[in-house]
Design a binder for this molecule. Structure first.
Ligand SMILES: Nc1ncnc2c1ncn2[C@@H]1O[C@H](COP(=O)(O)OP(=O)(O)OP(=O)(O)O)[C@@H](O)[C@H]1O
Length: 305
């Protein structure tokens, strides 16, 4: 897993005078899962379009197995598949017909067998003769993933593969992605969910306003987001402001109008100290709870500087 399969070097892209990607550098190792994490509009899809040769960058280059994607698009395209946000499956055709068609287009020697095998692998055999328009969101996404495996690409690009899926379908898709990895595939996916990146990725790159502001393993990213937090909810602004001042020492974060959070490095001790201090100072609390870091917390940590 130490060979580099994908290298994104100094990539910049602007649309008119809006700079969407600012000197992005990413290295992906063969056989690993890389998650590009970022909020709406961070530049994830733009980067994927550049990486897959659908869009030219203004500066920098992308190589897959040392093949320059912009210079040798045909050669590079043989090495990857790209599953974009809008599923590429045809709703009028059945699951089998979709896969068979793609297998024929990608000049598989035995398209029928390829389609049957993939339907089996992605647990779609029962529904194979039904029109895809009758499939659930999760089934469509699974079919989409199955299609991305036709032609045995070495690297698979997935743009927000689980956005819009219910928790059960999301878990199923995660399992499928893990299985693809266990079979030696390299996967680069984009996501807005910290939880998804945590579960699937070996490496995470945090893209904010077109810049990779942090990257590392999921554990490294979580450490960056801080420990679990204590969320304090107050009845009014006055009490919120008093608490902010009282707990200055803990660097509290104001999360909403009457809500603040405090990092819990020494979980029980800090919680008791904070609650005792609120009682002593007669600052009335509406409620409190423990929360684990979210994507928002990573953002806040990163923007705190
Ligand atoms: N063709 C285009 N012309 C002008 N601006 C564009 C174009 N494509 C994207 N943008 C802008 O670039 C920025 C990044 O968009 P992009 O779709 O890459 O973000 P994203 O991280 O994929 O977001 P999302 O999760 O919403 O898909 C946005 O501000 C978007 O409006």
């Amino acid at each position: 897993m130490n060979t580099t399969i994908l290298e994104i070097k100094n990539v910049r892209k602007s649309f008119k005078d809006k700079e969407v990607l600012k000197d992005v550098n990413i290295t992906v190792k063969k056989g690993s899962v890389y998650a590009l994490l970022g909020a709406n509009g961070a530049g994830k899809s733009t980067l994927l379009k550049i990486v897959t040769g659908l869009l030219n960058c203004d500066n920098g280059k992308v190589t897959i197995k040392n093949i320059d994607v912009a210079d040798n698009p045909v050669l590079a395209q043989k090495l990857f598949s790209f599953s974009s946000q809008t599923t590429t499956v045809d709703g009028v055709l059945t699951g089998y017909e979709n896969l068979h068609l793609i297998a024929k287009l990608r000049q598989e020697r035995n398209p029928r067998k390829v389609a049957e095998n993939l339907l089996d692998k992605f647990e779609l055999t029962e529904a194979k003769d039904k029109a895809v328009s009758t499939y659930s969101g999760g089934m469509r996404r699974r079919l989409d993933l199955a299609m991305s495996l036709v032609g045995s690409p070495e690297i698979i690009f997935l743009d927000e593969p689980t956005t819009g899926l219910d928790p059960k379908s999301r878990q199923e898709l995660w399992d499928t992605i893990k299985e693809m990895k266990s079979q030696g595939k390299t996967i680069l996916l984009t996501t807005q969910y910290l939880e998804e990146a945590d579960y699937l990725a070996d490496q995470i790159g945090f893209l904010r306003e077109g810049e990779i502001v942090a990257n590392g393993t999921p554990d490294e990213m979580k450490r960056l987001a801080g420990a679990d937090k204590l969320l304090l909810v107050f009845n009014n602004h006055h009490n919120t402001e008093r608490a902010l001042k009282l707990f200055e020492f803990y660097y509290p974060i104001k999360r909403a109008d009457c809500e603040i959070s405090i990092d819990l490095d020494e979980e029980i001790e800090t919680t008791l100290t904070v609650l005792n201090a609120l009682t002593t100072e007669k600052i009335e609390l509406k409620t409190f709870k423990m929360i684990t870091p979210t994507l928002d917390d990573v953002f806040m940590t990163l923007t705190k500087g």
